[in-house]
Ligand binder design. Structure first.
Ligand code: OAD
Length: 242
């Protein structure tokens, strides 16, 4: 990878870093991404059938079956070199805030201490606060033991609000950073996609690492094309070598 002199200076001068991450950072761990041709998750299954409150209302067993499979996958995989590089950089900086759209928990398993999960966490459940359709067979659904309330995975579905305070925390992190990374995200899903733009508006440099160009690429301060697992470790080494 070519790290130009300007980027090296920015990396070595950075003390407060925010890293926005997406499915691409977990791809090398074996977690499928969402929007890629052929094996992207949303090519295999219609999000309207598994990732909306309405889908759960109509067919909670189908939704649970899909999430049980994804939860199991997330348990079986391990953090990769990109997760580890961010965790390591966090230990040598004043502060590194990860803001992730991923629900797999791999940043925390790699040792990152400050992680905002914009889309929840697939390993947790919470109470479903809606009404199941009248004809649903609701036997054998996971339930909250104390009250018997039906549980759902604690992830954000299409059309839902982000977890309370998550975007505010992410924005505060961006505004107080002196460098932002955008790693392995298609930069197409709001509000996450607006975070690097907020940084750029405040003259905070944004380094994008992505296998492909994205809508962020033309405006990013630097775009490093390639895989996160290959690019992040040398980037972090370069930052530390100043
Ligand atoms: P996407 O699947 O939309 O995009 C993954 C991005 O990672 C693409 O831009 C790829 O080019 C890039 N990529 C793939 N492998 C990579 C690698 N090894 N190194 C670097 N980049 C790589 O995933 P997200 O942007 O995370 O939301 O998607 C955002 C949200 O859309 C998800 O959180 C999910 C989905 O619908 C919900 O489920 C609410």
């Amino acid at each position: 990878m070519v790290i130009d002199e300007g980027l090296r200076r920015v990396l070595q001068g950075a003390r407060r870093v925010v890293a926005l991450t997406g499915a691409g950072i977990s791809a090398e761990s074996g977690v499928p991404t969402f929007r890629e041709a052929q094996d992207g998750v949303w090519d295999q299954v219609d999000p309207e059938e598994v990732a909306t409150p309405e889908a759960f209302r109509r067919n909670p067993r189908r939704v649970w079956a899909w999430y049980a499979h994804r939860r199991q996958l997330a348990q079986q995989v391990a953090p990769n070199a990109a997760h580890r590089a961010l965790a390591e950089w966090g230990r040598s900086l004043d502060w590194l805030q990860v803001v992730t759209q991923n629900v797999d928990g791999l940043h925390q398993r790699a040792g990152s201490g400050h992680v905002v999960e914009l889309h929840g966490n697939i390993h947790r459940d919470r109470v479903f606060d809606g009404q199941l359709a009248a004809d649903v067979d609701d036997l054998e659904l996971p339930r909250f033991p104390e009250t018997g309330a039906v549980l759902r995975p604690d992830v954000v579905w299409f059309g839902e609000q982000l977890p309370e305070g998550a975007i505010e925390q992410a924005l505060a992190a961006v505004r107080s950073a002196d460098l932002m990374l955008s790693v392995g995200t298609s930069a197409m899903v709001q509000p996450a996609a607006s975070l690097p733009l907020e940084a750029l508006e405040r003259d905070i440099p944004v380094v994008e690492i992505n296998a492909e160009p994205t809508p962020l690429t033309p405006v990013a301060s630097w775009h490093l094309p390639g895989s996160a697992g290959e690019l992040l470790p040398p980037l972090v080494r370069s930052a530390a070598s100043g």
